[in-house]
Design a protein around this ligand. Structure first.
Ligand SMILES: [Zn+2]
Length: 274
């Protein structure tokens, strides 16, 4: 049984500030350890339920936040910052389940710790078929395309709520309750890992009954950009329609093509800024 893990960082218990998740932050190495423990807790829970192959796609910032030798389960480690399929690089139809570890709320969510949607400078809100989508919802497009169910998500209360319309059967390990974008009431890291381990075990144990990602096709994504510069740029991508000064939309039969188009916009917008 083969599990694909996309790991972010903002959803880790205890993490509440950008300083905790950028490489220049004094506490960054400490929070990397906590993140590693949470990823490993998910792997260990899944192993107890019979999973035996793991690919961890590091999806945070420069996408090289973990120490490969410290990963449990002899997991393969997909890392590095230029990946055409970004947070979902490496997934294909040979996997049995997808885990989203240490995810966070969408940019337009109310007071979710370190909320953003891919690139906070450019994206104000993304919705899929009229439902607000954070990174988990957007990344579910790829899971849908390959027919692999999303069965586990970890992060704060908002993260758990936002994945529900896309993956109603996914188990959530809520390791913190957000107070604001920069404050949260977190479980003790050891207790958070216990919860993740248990939810991963349950998720893999009941894989036979797991539902596919819920997504009507053709699928429409609406993207609200933060400035017209970004909207100008986005609307030049093939398949993107300019709806308004700040709004673009993409309608696609294929969830994979929709994701690819979205990622092209992300990369272009980053290019405009960085
Ligand atoms: Zn993220």
């Amino acid at each position: 049984m083969k599990i694909f893990i996309s790991s972010d960082m903002e959803g880790t218990a205890g993490v509440v500030d950008w300083d905790h998740v950028v490489a220049t932050g004094p506490l960054y190495p400490y929070y990397c350890e906590l993140l590693t423990n949470e990823v490993n807790a998910a792997i260990e829970g899944a192993m107890r339920a019979g999973a035996d192959e793991f690919l961890v796609n590091d999806s945070h910032s420069k996408m090289a936040n973990l120490k490969p030798s410290e990963l449990a389960g002899s997991a393969r480690y997909l890392s590095g910052r230029v990946k055409p399929m970004y947070m979902m690089q490496g997934l294909d139809e040979t996997f049995d389940a997808v885990f989203f570890i240490s995810y966070h709320g969408s940019m337009s969510s109310r007071g979710s710790t370190l909320s953003h949607t891919y690139f906070p400078t450019a994206f104000a809100q993304v919705s899929i078929n009229g439902i607000i989508a954070g990174e988990a919802g957007i990344n579910s497009l790829v899971a849908k395309a390959y027919g692999v169910p999303v069965v586990l998500i970890t992060g704060d209360d908002t993260t758990a709520r936002e994945i529900a319309p896309f993956a109603p059967g996914a188990r959530a390990a809520v390791v913190k309750n957000s107070i604001s974008r920069f404050a949260a009431d977190s479980m003790h890291p050891t207790a958070a890992c216990e919860l993740i381990r248990e939810q991963a075990f349950q998720a893999v144990s009941s894989l036979g009954a797991a539902e596919q990602v819920v997504l009507a096709t053709p699928t429409t994504m609406e993207i609200d950009l933060r400035t017209s510069d970004y909207a100008d740029l986005a609307s030049r991508v093939a398949g993107v329609t300019r709806e308004d000064t700040l709004r673009c939309s993409i309608t696609q039969e294929s969830p994979l093509e929709l994701y690819r188009t979205f990622i092209t916009i992300v990369l272009l917008c980053r290019g405009l800024t960085e």
